[in-house]
Ligand binder design. Structure first.
Ligand code: F6R
Length: 242
């Protein structure tokens, strides 16, 4: 695990550089895409490079980390719609090149298995972009998640619903209670993990992830067991590191 402490915009540049290298070196690169606030600067920078430097995503595939269950598919906060608006529609991915777990499926168990299968079928994820929740979740693997878990239905923790109420007009009652999420075992199979955390509200989760004992109660500690994990944090998020 390497930890890089730098201002927010530099962190975004470093992640965008890694994505650019992958796109230029691999003929069929596979990206893992997080939603939420943490990767937004990365997506802005990649969209800028697409526009100005002709960086192309035409040969790439993308897999999202998670999706709410229980929102109408037209809801602007469906992660599928969020990633389209924030990133996918701004670059040149091919049709259907970006997939997410199907939170609207009638059979969520089958949809979860199909999703893991789809990732395996393309040879796995080369570079997975991650954020971290204030309770230490990655994707929506809340505290108590098995370190070997696969894509499945999870119940969102109260803290996560409170944290995400800002995307639902500040109304926690509008935040879904369930989601489909890649499991910690699924995420661990990506070849390179790049996790971005900024702001003092992430400081305890970052401290536990980097310096705490590996435990399902702080799910991001699973990154300590990954052979190629890069943690990118600003000063505030790094403030509790020893
Ligand atoms: C989103 C996701 C979540 C977020 C985390 C942090 O796809 O997987 O784990 O990365 O909740 O959210 P932000 O970045 O909004 O602080």
């Amino acid at each position: 695990m390497e930890v890089i402490i730098a201002p927010d915009h530099e962190l975004a540049t470093l992640v965008a550089d890694a994505v650019e290298r992958l796109l230029r070196e691999e003929s069929s690169p596979v990206l893992g895409l997080a939603t939420g606030s943490s990767p937004l600067r990365v997506y802005d920078e990649l969209a800028r490079r697409h526009e100005q430097d002709k960086l192309s995503f035409a040969g790439a595939r993308g897999f999202m980390l998670d999706e709410y269950v229980g929102l109408p598919i037209s809801h602007p906060q469906c992660y599928r719609n969020v990633i389209d608006a924030e990133f996918v529609s701004r670059v040149d991915f091919g049709d259907a090149a970006v997939q997410g777990p199907n939170g609207a499926a009638e059979d969520l168990v089958a949809a979860s298995a199909e999703y893991d299968h789809a990732i395996a079928e393309v040879g796995g994820i080369d570079l997975q972009i991650l954020g971290i929740g204030t309770d230490g979740h990655i994707a929506f693997n809340e505290p108590g998640s098995s370190l070997c878990s696969r894509t499945r239905v999870k119940t969102l923790a109260d803290q996560t619903r409170l944290d995400n109420a800002r995307f639902f007009n500040g109304d926690v009652d509008q935040v879904p209670r369930h989601c489909l999420t890649q499991g910690l075992g699924t995420i661990r199979e990506a070849r390179h993990l790049m996790l971005i955390a900024t702001g003092g509200n992430k400081a305890e989760a970052v401290h536990q992830m980097v310096e705490g004992p590996v435990s399902s109660m702080w799910p991001a500690t699973v990154l300590q067991m990954h052979p190629h994990a890069t943690i990118l944090v600003d000063d505030a998020a790094a403030s509790r590191l020893q």
